[in-house]
Ligand binder design. Sequence first.
Ligand SMILES: Nc1ncnc2c1ncn2[C@@H]1O[C@H](COP(=O)(O)OP(=O)(O)OP(=O)(O)O)[C@@H](O)[C@H]1O
Length: 493
Amino acid sequence: MSSPRILVVDDEPDLRELLEITLLKMGLDVDGAATVREARALLGQKAYALVLTDMRLPDGLGLELVREVATNHKSTPIAVITAYGSAENAVVALKAGAFDYVSKPVVLDDLRAMVRSALKLSDPGAQPAAAPGGTSRMIGASPAMQALRAQIARLARSQAPIAINGESGSGKELAAREIHAQSARAGKPFVAVNCGAIPEALMEAEFFGYRKGAFTGANDERDGFFQAANGGTLMLDEVADLPLAMQVKLLRAIQERRVRKIGATAEEPVDVRIISATHKDLAKCVENGSFRQDLFYRLNVIELTLPPLRERLDDLPLLVDAILARLAGPGGARLGPGVLDALRSYAFPGNVRELENVLERALAFADDGVIEVGDLLLKGAKSGDAAVVPQGAAAPVAQVVTTAPVLPAPFAAPDEERGAAPDAATPPPAQPLSADALPSNLPDYLSQVERDIILRALNQTQFNRTQAASLLGISVRQLRYQMQKLDIHAPEP
Ligand SMILES: Nc1ncnc2c1ncn2[C@@H]1O[C@H](COP(=O)(O)OP(=O)(O)OP(=O)(O)O)[C@@H](O)[C@H]1O
């Protein structure tokens, strides 16, 4: 069998030769071209496992080749070589369909790593098996889901950063996991980080790691999220919650593909694909100054939007079947008359996660595994309304636990989705102040008021966070964050 063939397009003979020798030493066949015209001619004659092109060529731009290869040679990944410091070029090329980029001066180890992942992509035998008809875990046959699956399959073939938008519980993390699972990085870690749950003072250590003795308490050397995700995918969930100071450091790490542990003198290379997610409008966050434009530009190379459940209600039967089969085993639960219609007329502000919660609770109320409309506790909750749960109903509050993260809680994926209850050490409720009285400590007083209100909402919803967040007009993330901040603990399951 012949070796994979690579096309190197660069008009600088020295650099082209260096690249060619490096690739030949990797056991690959190499063709060289010095102009766009030569490259076009070769592309017309032979099939390539990878094209590597400089951005500026004597008769045109590497970008033209990127567009042509992305359109006419879909199974050939193309990567670009960008001038040092021209991050913008890299982003433009990725947006145009480039698989990845290397910066000048070319670090040969980076080049080899990039070539290896490109070759995995163009070798069908090495592809991770995708489920027939698309991805396996993302359920739904609606046109919106079919389009999403096709987009995920396409995105899995590139290394470009992806920004996923979507309401809380709509499947952003699931989509990120699917992209990872279908990509050449599938055998490497997927690390999900909830940026909103990391105390600011610990952020740098959590992201980049630290050396022993770097600060008081640093008793051992520790890797950060970047090192943990090396070779794989790092999902930055709720990325809008990153403080500005951390945004600068993150931007640098992403641009340079290098990080420095706290206390270390040298930087270390990291190879991670970044997927970010948020339910906020990041462009608005840029406008109001809470998110850096340059980081936004860097993360938002490709956008993926997840439709809310209420816009793909045709998927309800499939989703309900799958969730019930998971909760009760195949055939272990059935829907009574009118249940699907009742679900269809509900707005699902918490999307698929809320559907999971509703069904889990309903199943606990159901007789002989038959869920009736009354078991859903959606009373009065027509489209657009918040869910109404009768007070005092003794519902179990276990919620579905999502896939385990690679890193331990609380800083990795927020998977501890169970109900919350006031713990034994709960301080007494804040005493109302008379009209002219002042609290002796305003922040403490406000925290106490906030704590009381959150606990009230959790009590009213049998500690269902999705519903409590909806009652309070905040996202589940915000609620979770406030609970953590205010020390409202999850009870034992
Ligand atoms: N299309 C789908 N098919 C099957 N399960 C789904 C689908 N979409 C979401 N889910 C399930 O819904 C739950 C929430 O999904 P996920 O955590 O990916 O949402 P999210 O948008 O990341 O939520 P958040 O905004 O709170 O972080 C998970 O249990 C996930 O498995």
